[in-house]
Design a protein. Structure first.
Length: 353
């Protein structure tokens, strides 16, 4: 009799546990359920413990039935656990990533057109045996002007509208420090510090105190070149620059040298290439505007005074120098019509390079 009651008790415990289990939504609920029924002081465990107090003939029957219930509940628990995990995976699949959507591209930086051209220029000269060096943007009057054969009150100073630095003054009350107006002062610095032979190019920023328009900026780049040794002639200058022009603008390029004046060279020239856009044949060419020629730099043989100023003997050494503006060259090469675009930070412009 007692046996039957116990069996019924076990059955209803099993049924209640299973019913409860089926409505549990998550894993923490499952754990609570396990503790309630199968835990060390859980309901089923207590029933099983009570078996020892039963009459000897009832023990094996109830014990066996109790173990069966235990195995059944553990089995159901495992199933329910798997069902909950699967349901969660299914719901993830519902709002899964649509792998057919185009990806979001990362914004990748790019080189500024001035940087591209600067690197092209310096690479070409590096390939011809020139070293690349850089110098200070805050410069002394001594290097920017005086060492370059432009003494105080020399009219050539008007060529360079200068940003003076309101710091040191000389005995006459004139500023001695400035933002370099060209990269040429590095000619003097390099010659002062080294003995010939010298072959260098100097890329760098320069500054001019002037109103900006489509062809003028107050800050831009220059690349200076200098070669000094015994026996350097104008022929070396012509060959070097022609080779540069061919590598930069194409092997068909012709070059034109015309007399020009720069205080630090004698003779001085301006250097042009024939128009790579129209070969000088189109009177309405948008690059050369019908001129057929494009001015790309100033150059010349280093003035004896400049050599003397740095302690070189002009009877022993000679050299050539040149200076060019990479923005101007980029404007020609890419057909850019306004120099202000270079530093306008307009992404529509910058993305094109
Ligand atoms: N420094 C000159 C300028 O800014 C450019 C130049 C001309 C540099 C002739 C040179 C040179 O080295 O020989 O206008």
């Amino acid at each position: 009799m007692a046996e039957n009651t116990h069996l019924q008790e076990l059955e209803s415990l099993r049924d209640a546990a299973i019913q409860e289990l089926e409505s549990i939504p998550d894993e923490s609920g499952l754990e609570a359920w396990r503790v309630e029924y199968l835990g060390r002081s859980g309901k089923l465990t207590q029933v099983l413990r009570g078996v020892s107090t039963l009459p000897a003939d009832a023990r094996p029957v109830i014990g066996a039935a109790g173990n069966k219930v235990k195995v059944a509940l553990e089995g159901r628990l495992g199933e329910r656990q798997a069902a909950i995990v699967n349901a969660r995976l299914d719901s993830l699949a519902d709002d899964a990533i649509d792998i057919s959507l185009p990806g979001r591209s990362l914004a990748v930086g790019r080189l500024h057109p001035s940087t591209i051209i600067l690197r092209e220029i310096t690479e070409i000269f590096r390939g011809m045996g020139f070293q690349v060096v850089e110098g200070p943007e805050v410069e002394l009057d001594r290097y920017n002007f005086e060492a370059l054969n432009i003494p105080k009150d020399h009219p050539a100073r008007d060529m360079f509208d200068t940003f003076w630095i309101d710091a040191n003054k000389d005995a006459e009350g004139r500023f001695t420090t400035l933002l370099r107006t060209h990269t040429s002062p590095m000619q003097a610095r390099i010659m002062e510090a080294h003995e010939p032979p010298i072959r260098v190019v100097v890329p760098g920023k320069v500054y001019r105190y002037e109103a900006t328009d489509a062809t003028h900026e107050s800050q831009f780049y220059q690349v200076e070149g200098l070669a000094v040794d015994k026996g350097i002639t104008f022929a070396n200058l012509k060959h070097t620059l022609h080779e540069f022009a061919r590598r930069m603008f194409g092997s068909e390029r012709k070059m034109r040298f015309r007399c020009d004046y720069f205080p630090f060279v004698e003779p001085g020239v301006d250097v042009s290439i024939d128009c790579f856009n129209c070969d000088g044949t189109d009177s309405s060419c948008r690059i050369c505007r019908g001129a057929g020629w494009l001015e790309i730099m100033g150059a010349g043989m280093v003035h004896p005074n400049v050599l003397r100023n740095v302690g070189y003997d002009p009877e022993v050494y000679s050299g050539f120098a040149f200076g060019m503006g990479p923005e101007r060259i980029a404007m020609l090469k890419y057909g850019i019509e306004d120099v202000r675009l270079f530093y306008g930070n307009d992404m529509r412009f910058l993305r094109q390079f």
